[in-house]
Design a protein around this ligand. Sequence first.
Ligand SMILES: *[C@@H]1O[C@H](CO)[C@@H](O)[C@H](O)[C@H]1NC(C)=O
Ligand SMILES: *[C@@H]1O[C@H](CO)[C@@H](O)[C@H](O)[C@H]1NC(C)=O
Ligand SMILES: *[C@@H]1O[C@H](CO)[C@@H](O)[C@H](O)[C@H]1NC(C)=O
Ligand SMILES: *[C@@H]1O[C@H](CO)[C@@H](O)[C@H](O)[C@H]1NC(C)=O
Ligand SMILES: *[C@@H]1O[C@H](CO)[C@@H](O)[C@H](O)[C@H]1NC(C)=O
Length: 444
Amino acid sequence: MNTLLLAFLLCLLPCFSSKDTISFDESVADGQVIVSSGEKFSLGFFSPGASSKRYLGIWYTKVPVQTVVWVANRDNPINDTSGVLSFDNFGRNLVLWCCAGMNVTSSTSTTLWSTNIPASSSSGAGGKSMARLLDAGNLVLLLQKEPTKTTSDESNLVRWQSFDHPTDSVLPYMKIESDQKTGMDRILHAWKSPDDPASGDSSYYLDPNGVPQFMLYKGRTRIWRSGMWNGLQWSGVPTMRGVIFDMNVVNNENESTVVWGVMDPTITFRIYVHPSGNMRWAAWNDQQGKWFESFYMPNEPCDYYRHCGPNGNCDPYRDPGEFECSCIPGFKPKISTDWLMNDGSSGCVRKRPMNSNCGNGEGFVKLENAKVPDTTTGRLNPGMDLSTCRQECLKNCSCTAYLSSNLTSGIGCVTLYGDLLDTRVFANGGQDLYIRVDAIELGI
Ligand SMILES: *[C@@H]1O[C@H](CO)[C@@H](O)[C@H](O)[C@H]1NC(C)=O
Ligand SMILES: *[C@@H]1O[C@H](CO)[C@@H](O)[C@H](O)[C@H]1NC(C)=O
Ligand SMILES: *[C@@H]1O[C@H](CO)[C@@H](O)[C@H](O)[C@H]1NC(C)=O
Ligand SMILES: *[C@@H]1O[C@H](CO)[C@@H](O)[C@H](O)[C@H]1NC(C)=O
Ligand SMILES: *[C@@H]1O[C@H](CO)[C@@H](O)[C@H](O)[C@H]1NC(C)=O
């Protein structure tokens, strides 16, 4: 068949509006679509699943199963097709409004969502904006200037971008910053259901406290944590080590940021919080015409936060029927009757109190293939090798463990204080965790 003709036929529908920009005097009505220059993503109005409500969102142009990665008005749906996206009267903010026919000045129009850039915004207050949908799936508002600039210059003119306001998905090259340090709402919230993009009760964010980790919550309950980045992998997801991702993790006194890249740019990939409350890593499989969800977390009892309680260790590879929880070296079950009934949530306590014994010949027992315990109260010691770190830990009676912070270079360590929370082991991957025990435990 004539490939030109085929291309023409395939193009008929999605190509009626192939522009990727909205200038300050233009608008996008329901039914119109903005398409990124390489056609990877589209912006427009959609109805999710069985719902008839209308939302403004961004989806993959070429994935035949409608997959929306960002929603503007997730909590403010439109009941009909009267939605319009346009700039405000100052040409500054993008505004989504509805319900007044095509008359933006009408008092009957309702504003459902806005980019909300303050008038005093440092990046060129007063000037007019234009919006562009990038091939990365990012909708950016740029200060409109003479088109004598390159793409890299444009980054200086960005006033707002959808990547800073994620819905439920992380896309490659989206910069994830910790909320506390920047004050931005970079918290992912799952959809309520496949028919309703409203904020569900599962959330996911980068917690910058101690050594940064991703945290998954259901309501106010912490369900799962990724573990810290150890230079090779997120310590709770050792299977993700490898060739697919190009991970850029920055963690210093000024910033905690993570940018995930994908080595092969032809891979269509996203990470998202599923309405059922787990994190999913999904890649589009063109041959099978479906999403391949290679990982989801949590997916076994040992993945659940604090499954074996404080100072417990979860080992899912024991013989069938055997309880997966045990105590870390030097500890015994706090409430042994609970443990006998296969409930480890009360955790473990020291066999002998450490405080009275501190500085009396303690040493460390190595737990191999471990998921690094919760580092929320841990301390990163950059540049410290493991033997220096051991000494550092021994100096402080509340230091309970240490470990390498960078498996790539072997330089840098983390010291942990107090109860060790949410330790588990992996069959493959994980890393050495050095747990402080007294001289009796060492058999000295
Ligand atoms: C949609 O309909 C609901 C229920 O009638 C109403 O509460 C809501 O305000 C309507 N939304 C808009 C944007 O008109
Ligand atoms: C838009 O609404 C305003 C206020 O209700 C009215 O004065 C104006 O004539 C309307 N414009 C159009 C094009 O309908
Ligand atoms: C943090 O910011 C300060 C002030 O801008 C700068 O002097 C310092 O070098 C930065 N530190 C790092 C690790 O980038
Ligand atoms: C030991 O470490 C804890 C936790 O970081 C800290 O609060 C405490 O001041 C340290 N104690 C000493 C003696 O350094
Ligand atoms: C780990 O060490 C390597 C090699 O020195 C360095 O490039 C990388 O940035 C370090 N990673 C972290 C997370 O510190």
